[in-house]
Design a binder for this molecule. Structure first.
Ligand SMILES: Cc1ncc(COP(=O)(O)O)c(C=O)c1O
Length: 427
């Protein structure tokens, strides 16, 4: 079915003395088929079929650092250059994160959102400090969609308006208001969209100006929409959107679920453009890949809703204590001296090493889209790299682009390995 080499270049799953891990050789095809059948029957048949058609037949098993291994074949592994959109920014099972979460779990559990807890308070303060205190209010969630929903709710409350403008091809999640701000493809099956949502082309300031009025509660944008293939906005676009929001009295929400937490070489992507958003949404990487946690960061004015109505938005698992421990450890890593500079340098190295290859590199830091210029080419590129030991995913709303997101902790030698594979694939 797959034609995938069983000795791909990504490495192999071995014990310290060089033998295949126990169990891996014994399992094999029958067990693989059983797991895939269970997944097909009970989780998502369409996904299994979709990836099978592309010959992407991995069953994810052990993982560590920048790599994950096939659950049933010790000879197959992949360098993760998708990182689940940033969840694995710091690699798989980063020891700093697992240690922090283990330490938390030695005495605590999920916790109780009714009561203050040290980890939750500390993480909120640390997140606020990343915005130089401009966004002092922090509300935790479990998913990015939930955090986006809250951002839109707050904008509606503050402005007393309901209209929301977003970018076509952008993506904010599959929950209620986040879904409503996204593409029709993901919501048409469920009936009419909620009223008041408008999409405009990304990086088109006249279209944005035409769509925003004194009836607009919020504009929500990703600084570089990942699902749209990481287009880099023109220098004046985001500042222009902010001015448009200010003139109309609308709230500017930046969805930094993928672009945030060091991915672009700054803590937040908005810091590349000297913006002052009213709300930032973060998720994915805040978990350290270990424990789900997301957050909505907001101005004091927006946060004041909770002074009077503390129960107006509640998330039972939002800000669970192990997630706060993970989030604090993530901030420790990305705020360590030199970390963000290293991300920027590494991104520059990839770009220059790829400069003679037949694709365009869209890049800020290690947020990269490889544009092949032909619809569907991003899918083929993903399959080509998969066969050579790199896992990456095409951009769903621009299939000419391959999303290329190596872990931020990639070493120089590992970067050389990635470059060598990409050059082998496309050189
Ligand atoms: C930019 C962006 N916003 C929001 C979300 C939704 O996050 P979640 O899947 O955690 O709800 C995603 C998920 O991929 C995303 O990429």
């Amino acid at each position: 079915m797959s034609g995938i080499s069983t000795t791909n270049s990504g490495g192999s799953r071995l014990t310290p003395d060089g033998q295949p891990s126990p169990g891996s050789a014994i399992l094999g095809g029958v067990e693989r088929d059983r797991i895939r059948d269970l997944y097909r029957r009970h989780v998502n048949a369409g996904k299994v079929g979709f990836y099978e058609r592309f010959g992407l037949d991995a069953v994810i098993g052990e993982r560590s650092g920048i790599r994950f291994f096939d659950a049933f074949d010790p000879g197959r592994s992949w360098i993760n250059c998708h990182c689940n959109g940033g969840v694995f920014n710091l690699g798989h099972r980063n020891p700093a994160i697992t240690a922090a979460v283990a330490e938390c779990l030695a005495t605590a559990d999920i916790g109780n959102h009714h009561l203050p807890a040290p980890g939750r308070a500390e993480l909120a303060a640390r997140l606020s400090a990343t915005t130089a205190g401009r966004l002092p209010g922090v509300v935790f969630g479990v998913s990015g969609g939930e955090a986006v929903d809250l951002a839109i709710k707050l904008a509606r409350w503050k402005t007393g308006r309901t209209r929301v403008v977003s970018a076509s091809g952008g993506y904010h999640g599959h929950t209620g208001l986040a879904l409503a701000a996204g593409d029709p493809e993901y919501r048409d099956a469920f009936g009419e969209n909620l009223p008041g949502f408008t999409q405009v082309p990304f990086d088109d300031l006249p279209a944005m100006r035409a769509a925003v009025s004194v009836d607009t509660a919020a504009v929500i944008l990703e600084p570089m929409p990942a699902t749209l293939g990481m287009p880099i906005p023109s220098a004046d676009y985001l500042v222009g959107v902010q001015q448009t929001c200010r003139s109309a009295g609308s709230v500017l929400i930046l969805d930094e679920v993928q672009t945030g937490l060091g991915r672009t070489g700054r803590v937040w992507a908005y810091q590349h453009w000297d913006l002052e958003p009213d709300v930032i949404v973060t998720g994915k990487g805040l978990s350290g890949g270990i424990y789900p946690i997301t957050a909505t960061l907001m101005t004091r004015e927006l946060h004041s809703l909770f002074d009077e109505q503390p129960f107006i938005h509640v998330s039972t698992f939002g800000g669970a204590e192990p997630g706060c421990a993970a989030g604090l450890a993530v901030l420790d890593v990305i705020e360590a001296p030199g970390f963000l500079e290293r991300v920027a340098d590494l991104g520059g190295r990839f770009e220059s090493e790829f400069s003679d290859l037949p694709f365009e590199v869209r890049r800020k830091g290690l947020m990269m889209g490889l544009g092949f210029g032909v619809a569907g080419a991003g899918m083929l590129a993903a399959k080509t790299l998969f066969d050579l030991g790199i896992f990456s995913v095409y951009a769903n709303n621009d299939t000419s682009v391959l999303q290329f997101l190596p872990p931020l902790i990639t070493s120089d030698d590992e970067a050389s390995e990635i470059i060598q594979i990409v050059r082998k694939a496309f050189g």
